[in-house]
Design a protein around this ligand. Structure first.
Ligand SMILES: [Zn+2]
Length: 82
């Protein structure tokens, strides 16, 4: 039981406030592991993705698209969390 609790704590949902628009998806850096991840753009604007929650299939960390999310002009502008 203790292990389950620790896992939940470490996988806290963290906000993503910068994304980069690529063809058919948005790129972002995972706030848990900083690796570049892609999410489907759902065929619409970023506004439709606000509040959506995703789980990184690499580190199992959860993140959600912040209401204040900004679309940056260069992929290099995505934050590095380390
Ligand atoms: Zn991650």
């Amino acid at each position: 039981m203790a292990i389950e609790f620790e896992k939940t704590t470490s996988l806290e949902i963290l906000p993503v406030d910068k994304v980069f628009k690529d063809s058919g998806e948005y790129l972002l850096t995972c706030p848990h592991c900083s690796r570049l991840r892609g999410i489907d753009d759902e065929g619409g604007s970023i506004h439709r993705l606000k509040g959506e929650q995703y789980q990184d299939n690499l580190c199992d960390g959860w993140y959600s698209i912040a209401d204040s999310v900004k679309v940056v002009g260069e992929v290099e502008e995505l934050p590095n969390y380390f």
